[in-house]
Design a binder for this molecule. Structure first.
Ligand code: CP
Ligand code: NVA
Length: 280
């Protein structure tokens, strides 16, 4: 879909509700422009500060929307809301970020790594910082395609154990490995260094103090490159805070592929929407 533009009528006549309980630039733009490219009609609902399930039940939300549209894409605080919508809706429900996962981001990230490194299987990714929604989905996605993952995170801020276990189950088939370490030099020998904000949307900023030794700066990038062929690439789902989780020199430097990641959100999600809604 990226190398040859899709059929602009591939999803003609279909409608998609795109719901946001939280702010967004990339997710909103990539779904809205992406669906328009496929001929579908996205209807974007900026719900903040309201939440799904407040004015009427999650069930009623789902059972109304399904009467008008062919899929629901939703960014929510509580992952349980997505699960409840999916239980009640007869149309696909796509996670556009929840407190637990950000799978559309992970799809775009895998595409970006494959473009940058030529392959996924056998490569090594270090995720540095908070073991959050982005980390969870990246671990699952990477493990599924044989990309090894090391999560480099302060003690007490690692990924949820169930995601580590689920990722490990997947690598049993691919031969990759999944590790969690609390030492910043755990980045040594990785082809990809990935970080995200230290404080996710809706969280208390006090936790940021634990992450200082885990800033991705020039020194951490040079440790990461020890023992690999070539230099590691740098990734971030964005939005980023320069000088906090990443130095300006790294995110604005030659190793950074962050804007490719952002562009690839659209291509990866269009592939997803075609897989869910396409007529063959
Ligand atoms: N990466 C990402 O999901 O960005 P937005 O929060 O801007 O959608
Ligand atoms: N972990 C971040 C990702 C933003 C795209 C958050 O949930 O705010």
């Amino acid at each position: 879909l990226k190398s040859s533009p899709p059929d602009p009528r591939a999803l003609a006549g279909l409608g998609v509700a795109v719901l946001f309980e939280k702010p967004s630039l990339r997710t909103r733009a990539s779904f809205e422009f992406g669906l328009a490219r496929l001929g579908a009609h996205p209807a974007v609902f900026e719900l903040a500060p309201n939440r799904i399930g407040e004015r009427e039940s999650v069930k009623d939300y789902a059972m109304n929307l399904e009467r008008w549209c062919n899929a629901i894409v939703a960014r929510v605080f509580d992952h349980g809301v997505l699960e409840e919508m999916a239980r009640h809706a007869s149309v696909p429900v796509v996670n556009a970020l929840s407190d637990r996962e950000h799978p559309c981001q992970a799809l775009a990230d895998l595409l970006t790594i494959r473009e940058s490194l030529g392959t996924l299987a056998g490569k090594r990714l270090a995720y540095v910082g908070d073991g959050n929604n982005v980390c969870h989905s990246l671990m699952l996605g990477a493990a599924s395609v044989g990309l090894s993952v090391t999560v480099v995170t302060p003690d007490g801020h690692g990924p949820a154990e169930e995601f580590v276990a689920a990722a490990r189950e997947r690598v049993d088939e691919t031969g990759a490995n999944v590790r969690v370490t609390h030492e910043p030099d755990g980045v040594r020998g990785h082809d990809v260094v990935y970080t995200d904000t230290w404080v996710s949307m809706g969280e208390d900023g006090a936790k940021a103090k634990w992450f200082e030794p885990f800033r991705v700066d020039e020194s951490l990038m040079s440790i990461a490159g020890d023992g690999i062929d070539g230099e590691p690439i740098f990734m971030h789902c964005l939005p980023a805070t320069r000088g906090r989780e990443v130095s300006a020199g790294v995110i604005d430097g030659p190793a950074s592929v962050v804007y490719d990641q952002a562009e690839n959100r659209m291509h990866a999600q269009n592939a997803l929407m075609l897989a869910l809604l396409g007529r063959g």
